[in-house]
Every structure is written in structure tokens, then in C-alpha cells.
Design a protein. Structure first.
Length: 351
């Protein structure tokens, strides 16, 4: 069956913007509404599902499914779930102000699990979940915000950021690292601190400079902040949010720095500067949610799947394999195994 793109036409005036700038409007807290008038197909009522493959999954994205980052990670996981026999529907570029209506539509159509893939959907999720107590909802809070039929899922990117720190220590010529966040929330702050911790195992005197842009998708502002950090000697960056990372990529091209792709393969956007990517493999996460839904074990769950579950991965791009070198690559691999086994606990520093 074909994966459905089920977006709402709630702000027609943004059509041109959605066509020209789909990548920039896909940050994890995006405010951009969908411009697709397609409505979800109505479906007849069926008997209650008895296993995860017979359940129906709906995904609500804050931006584009081709953003090479946050939203594409969820979309591709949905494609994998569909290949496994799960019925999947997707709504893209849903404004937080319109999220409740989209959530309500899917709940009325009998979807078993509705995933609202943005921190900005918090209010809508908790509102609509009370209206539909027999439907399971999940949202990307990362703060253990749950209810009887609402799960939260963590974004332990800091585990991958620690591994990035090992690579940064090898590539950086100054030992001065930079982190740029959409907002200085715990999930973001922990990424910068974990990268620094990893780098300091190689270069104890390594330092970190941070800044919060105050926006998930303002690339121009992020580029300006990155260039400001570069003036102090920073030459290796990690970003939290698509906008901050895109700004870092553009700035790094001008100052010959290095950047980490944000939860997706962003190397094609700057192959000469994107040295490594943190990848978010969300299929195991969605599979676990569906299994718990089928087993009636979903209530109040906070899903925290990371490196040990192969949900958070780190890769060195092909352009930088030689620069990083076999010794560092081996260290990254062995450190990843230590994190996966539990013998190394990456420090989580939320503020």
C-alpha cells in the first residue's frame, strides 16, 4: 500500500513559501502550516487489532518529509513500518495551532497510535487525548511528559554527541568547539556538554562556546551566531535544530570549519564541511510503541531509546574518513560499544 501524505490546507497564503523553502521550515518546533488540501481517507470501522502489524499509525510532522533531518527521520521510519505491514498515514507541515484538529481527525478515524512529532504539539496532544481516552498518542517532548494514553519519547542525541566529540578532537585545529541551539532546552544543552566531554578525553583543554538562536529554523540568524563564534577561534560545531545546523553549514563554508549533521545525513548540503552526522533511526521506537499498544502496555510510557538500541547512530562522512583516520574511527567504534553495553554512561547535563 502507498504511504499517505495527509496534510491540511489551513494557510493557503503560504503555498509559495512551502514550495521554495521546504527545508528551512522543518525544524522540530516549526510554525509552518501545511498547504496540501488532501483530507485523510475515511475508513470503515474494523475489529480491534490483536498485534502490532494490524494496527494503524498516524504521524504528524512539523515540517517537510525531505528535510534530511528531524521530519525525514520520522517519515522514513513510517515507510519502514509500512513495509512491515503497518498501515501508516502522514500529515506534513502542520502548524502547532492546527495540530489539535489534525489529531482529532485521525482519532475519529480510528487510528490506534498517533505520533505528534514536535515539542510544540504538547498542548494539542494533551487536549485531544482527553477527548479520546481509547486512542494512544505520543509526542516528542523528551521531558517525561505523559498521561494514561499519552507517551513521551526522549531524544538522547547527547549519546551520539559524545562520540562526535572524539571526532572533533581529531579535526579541530584550535580545540575550541561550538554548539548552537534552537532553544537552550535540556535535550539541546546536553548535546553540547556531551560533545565537550568526549573531546576532553582526547584534548583535556578543549573548550565549548554555546548560543541559543531562539528559533528552530532561522538560518540567517544561526549563520551570524556561528560566524561570531568563529571569530573567537571555534572551528568545529554541533547544532540542535535544523535552522541552527543549516546556519552552521553555511558559515563553516566561509571559515573552513567542520559541522555535524543534525539527526540525519546532511552531508550533501556541504560535503566539504559536514564531517559527521548524528542519525536518528526511529523505526525501533515506533515498533516498540505499536507493540506496547497491541499488548495494552502503553500507559504513561517514557521511551528513552538511544545508542544501546541502535536508535542513535553516528557516522563519519565519506569525505572525512581519511582525515579522521583509522585510529580515531576505531576509538569511536569501541566507545560506541561501551555505551551500548552500559560500561560507559555518557554524562547528561541538561542545564
Amino acid at each position: 500500500m502507498t504511504l499517505q501524505f495527509l496534510s491540511r490546507c489551513l494557510r493557503p497564503s503560504l503555498t509559495a513559501l512551502a514550495v521554495v523553502l521546504p527545508l528551512l521550515l522543518s525544524a522540530c518546533g516549526s510554525d509552518t502550516a501545511s498547504t496540501d488540501t488532501t483530507e485523510p481517507e475515511s475508513t470503515a470501522e474494523t475489529e480491534p487489532a490483536t498485534d502490532s502489524e494490524s494496527l494503524r499509525l498516524a504521524l504528524i510532522l512539523s515540517g517537510s518529509s525531505t528535510d534530511q533531518s528531524w521530519d525525514q527521520a520520522a517519515f522514513e521510519a513510517g515507510e519502514e513500518m509500512e513495509a512491515e505491514g503497518v498501515e501508516v498515514a502522514v500529515s506534513e507541515a502542520v502548524d502547532p495551532a492546527d495540530a489539535a484538529a489534525v489529531l482529532r481527525q485521525y482519532a475519529e478515524e480510528g487510528y490506534d497510535l498517533i505520533v505528534a512529532h514536535s515539542f510544540s504539539y504538547q498542548d494539542a496532544v494533551f487536549q485531544v487525548s482527553q477527548e479520546f481516552p481509547d486512542v494512544n498518542f505520543a509526542w516528542a517532548g523528551g521531558i517525561d511528559g505523559t498521561a494514561e494514553n499519552v507517551a513521551d519519547y526522549d531524544q538522547p542525541f547527547y549519546q551520539g554527541a559524545y562520540l562526535v566529540g572524539l571526532i572533533a578532537a581529531e579535526l579541530s585545529e584550535t580545540g575550541k568547539l561550538g554548539a548552537l541551539y534552537g532553544f537552550d532546552i535540556p535535550a539541546c544543552h546536553a548535546m553540547g556538554e556531551a560533545m565537550l566531554a568526549g573531546a576532553q578525553t582526547v584534548i583535556p583543554e578543549a573548550t565549548l562556546t554555546t548560543a541559543a538562536v531562539g528559533d528552530w529554523y532561522d538560518v540567517a540568524k544561526a549563520k551570524e551566531a556561528t560566524l561570531s563564534q568563529a571569530e573567537t577561534g571555534v572551528d568545529f560545531w554541533i547544532g540542535c535544530g535544523q535552522g541552527p545546523t543549516l546556519g552552521q553549514i553555511e558559515a563553516a563554508k566561509e571559515v573552513d570549519g567542520y559541522v555535524t549533521g543534525y539527526v540525519g545525513d546532511m552531508s550533501s548540503l556541504g560535503p566539504e564541511v559536514v564531517a559527521t552526522n548524528i542519525i536518528w533511526n526511529m523505526e525501533p521506537l515506533f515498533s516498540q510503541m505499536l507493540e506496547d499498544t497491541a499488548a495494552d502496555e502503553f500507559a504513561g510510557k517514557f521511551y528513552a531509546l538511544g545508542v544501546p538500541e541502535d536508535v542513535i547512530q553516528v557516522e563519519v562522512t565519506s569525505e572525512f574518513q581519511d582525515d579522521v583516520g583509522d585510529d580515531t574511527l576505531s576509538t569511536v567504534e569501541s566507545t560506541e560499544e561501551e555505551i551500548a553495553s552500559g560500561s560507559l554512561e555518557v554524562p547528561f547535563v541538561p542545564q
